[in-house]
Ligand binder design. Structure first.
Ligand code: HEM
Length: 386
């Protein structure tokens, strides 16, 4: 719907989902007006269909002043400084290195990439956000169900840093949301990044060379190097960020979630928006609009060279993978931190290629909010000689 309808009906049109009026907007000026300039009139997401506790008490679903309060409390834990701390970096490094070891020791070089990435991101968010350690998370028989059970049981302890400030339901709801929001979004982002790299050996080589040039010559990217690269002196190998952004543009893992409800009647850019209307961002459509992104289906990390993006509101509205405005994704820094290390380390250790099981083209499904490769993604990980 996100893809087909804007192409057919133009840059703004409405439809009903049950009794809910939805307005789909793909004009960048209107998007800026709604999500950035007039965000006070569009501050909340619509009420969730899933009206169950503790989910409705999470930052994702809260509305109005309560959302503002919870978001303000949580924000300090998601800053660049906090995310690139030694504690979190240790967790990221440890998880990716365990995954590499697992790939190295398996007999076949064929890797089910989405499975492996899910283990990494589940491991990281459970340790960083929920204080929950599962030693089998990288094993094939790791039961997501039992992990989820354990998570629910320990949910209250998990966000204890907020304990005195939040209601019990909000603590549990936010723990649940941290898990849901962080794990499959980032794992699918990484899966698509590896798919793009496997299909573009030249770009994979450039990334490998860049990492070598900027201090990743050693076999292992040790903690000090990583902190120096990311934390203290700014990250040197910008190319890995460009690869990450470009694959997230081509394959935005979250398809439909960026929505806002109009708090009052309003006219913007000559469009009358009635109170209660739900404005929907067509993320996929904008990320592939040839008027915004020339040759939109081409994987070209150069688009994200700092000099090619002027960082103004319009540029921000053109890359919608993390949503836009005050309710934009809280986990951008954590996802980037995980991606920098995972992509860098994997291309340093392996040549990643497509194999007979790699789907081409990649067929995607969207059972809820997140896009998954229909039959998983298999790639060949060939260890590189030291
Ligand atoms: C590649 C990875 C990710 C993608 C593509 C992604 C995408 C999104 C999108 C599209 C939204 C809706 C934004 C809007 O309505 O404007 C969102 C919200 C959110 N994301 Fe992410 N996300 C990712 C990773 C993460 C991670 C790692 C975390 C947590 C550690 C996280 C936590 C959240 C939260 C809490 C919200 C709700 C914010 C609010 O309502 O105030 N996300 N994300």
């Amino acid at each position: 719907m996100n893809v087909v309808m804007p192409a057919e009906y133009g840059n703004h049109f409405g439809y009903f989902l049950g009794d809910r009026p939805i307005l789909m907007i793909s004009d960048l000026d209107v998007i800026q007006n709604i999500f950035l300039k007039n965000s006070k009139q569009f501050k909340d997401r619509p009420k969730f269909f899933l009206n169950a506790k503790p989910f409705v008490s999470s930052v994702l679903a809260l509305r109005g002043e309560r959302w503002r309060h919870v978001r303000r409390l949580m924000t300090p834990f998601f800053t660049h400084h906090k995310i690139s701390s030694q504690e979190i970096t240790d967790i990221v490094v440890n998880s990716v290195d365990t995954c590499i070891l697992k790939i190295m020791t398996q007999k076949e070089q064929i890797v089910k990439v989405d499975d492996r990435m899910q283990s990494i991101t589940l491991d990281i968010i459970c340790k960083c956000g929920l204080n929950m350690y599962d030693k089998d998370v990288h094993e094939d028989n790791s039961q997501l169900k039992s992990a989820a059970k354990e998570f629910m049981a320990s949910a209250h302890n998990s966000v204890c840093f907020l304990e005195k400030k939040l209601e019990k339901d909000e603590l549990t709801g936010n723990a649940l949301i941290l898990l849901l929001a962080a794990y499959d979004t980032t794992s699918m982002g990484l899966t698509y990044a590896f798919y793009c790299l496997a299909k573009h050996q030249d770009i994979q080589n450039t990334l490998r060379e860049e990492i070598g040039l900027h201090g990743y010559q050693s076999r292992y990217v040790d903690m000090n190097t990583l902190r120096e690269e990311i934390g203290l002196h700014g990250y040197q190998s910008r190319y890995v960020d460009m690869v990450w952004s470009e694959s997230l543009r081509l394959f935005p893992p979250v398809a439909t979630f960026a929505q806002r409800e109009a708090a009052e009647d309003v006219v913007l850019n000559d469009i009358f928006i009635q109170k209660g209307t739900i404005v929907q961002l067509p993320i996929w459509h904008i990320n592939h609009d040839p008027n915004i992104w020339p040759e939109p289906h081409k994987f070209n990390p150069q688009r994200f060279l700092p000099e090619n993006s002027d960082g103004d509101d319009r540029a921000r509205a053109a890359f919608l993978t993390f949503g836009l405005g005050p309710r934009t994704c809280m986990g951008i820094e954590l996802a980037r931190h995980e991606a920098r290390y995972t992509l860098s380390k994997m291309v340093q250790k392996f040549r990643i290629e497509t194999c007979a099981q790699t789907p081409d083209p990649l067929e995607l499904i969207c059972p809820t909010e997140i896009l998954y490769p229909k039959d998983g993604l298999y790639l060949r990980f060939i260890p590189l000689n030291e």
